[in-house]
Design a protein around this ligand. Structure first.
Ligand code: B12
Ligand code: SF4
Length: 242
């Protein structure tokens, strides 16, 4: 639950939100303003419709890896702007390892990492191509294993969610590079994690990829079926399901 104390100590209030969270965002913004705090916001809600949030002091659209350093530099100089928009997609090899020590693991059932961003499909109801682009971008093998190693060393055991838009967009990289290395990493540590992710249904046509995923510790995949009506699938452009 959101409390006044969560804001009172802070110099700046940073907000991240999806569209569905807009009402709570309005409440947090009102409170932060009442307490005289400056607000910085980013994430899907603001990236897709910044015009609805003029009252927010600093809007950082798209990816933090690219625009947060610019914002912090400007802020240090006392010249922070209202709006920061990226002109190009982030090189994911520059994405830093999260500061896991800022959260209390005991409050989480699942922790997330992300390997791949973007999706070339164009499903009518999905914002991924707008938010992350149509071309799949991935982190590299070493970076991914370091991220998992950090989680492991900090004591996390259990479920890790690969919060990818569509995990299987670079099958060659998965099969030849990442999944074999992940399977080895897991075996050496006696399988501390189990993985789940999201993928389009064409994963079912690639038995080798499924076997490699299982060997690496994946036991669940979220697949968007959406509908069994062929006409509806065509209408919403979920072409790979029709
Ligand atoms: C994981 C996930 C979930 C998980 C969340 C688990 C959790 N506890 O974190 C679950 C399964 C619960 C979930 C649920 C839903 N989700 Co969801 N989810 C995702 C997914 C796949 C990954 C999110 C993620 O972790 N990304 C990794 C991080 C690194 O990326 P990011 O969050 O976008 O952050 C980057 C930038 O946005 C930016 N940024 C983000 N916040 C901030 C804040 C500041 C201050 C700054 C400067 C920058 C910044 O910098 C980050 C690094 O580049 C995204 C798709 C996607 N690719 O993002 C959809 C997505 C966010 N979800 C979406 C939706 C619609 C939903 C649901 C409404 C679905 C439903 N109908 O029930 C529910 C809502 C849940 C709720 N009530 O709150 C939509 C949101 C669309 C929109 N315009 O708001 C997305 C984009 C998917 C889509 N198909 O369009 N979701
Ligand atoms: S395949 Fe999935 S991630 Fe890609 S556009 Fe369709 S719903 Fe979005």
């Amino acid at each position: 639950m959101f409390r006044d104390e969560d804001i009172l100590w802070a110099d700046y209030v940073f907000i991240s939100a999806m569209e569905i969270q807009k009402n709570s965002v309005r409440e947090i913004v009102r409170k932060a303003k009442d307490f005289g705090k400056k607000i910085v916001a980013g994430g899907p809600l603001f990236s897709l419709s910044p015009d609805r949030f003029e009252e927010i002091d600093h809007l950082l659209l798209q990816e933090a890896e690219t625009n947060l350093p610019h914002f912090i530099k400007d802020l240090t100089k006392g010249e922070a702007k209202h709006l920061y928009a990226n002109s190009e997609w982030t090189d994911l090899s520059l994405s830093p390892i999260p500061k896991w020590d800022l959260i209390d693991f005991s409050k989480y059932a699942v922790l997330s990492v992300q390997y791949c961003r973007g999706c070339p499909f164009d499903c009518e109801f999905c914002d991924v191509a707008l938010l992350n682009g149509k071309e799949a971008r991935t982190k590299n093998k070493i970076q991914m294993l370091e991220e998992l190693e950090t989680l492991y060393m900090k004591g996390w055991r259990g479920i890790v969610f690969f919060a990818d838009d569509n995990f299987i967009l670079k099958p060659h990289n998965l099969k030849e590079i990442f999944l074999p290395a992940l399977a080895k990493w897991m075996e050496e540590r006696r399988y501390p994690f189990s993985f789940l992710t999201q993928a389009s249904i064409n994963l079912g046509e690639d038995e080798d990829l499924m076997k490699l995923m299982v060997a690496a510790g994946f036991n669940s995949v979220f697949v968007g079926i959406e509908t069994v009506e062929k006409k509806s699938l065509i209408e919403c452009r979920k072409v790979m399901n029709s």
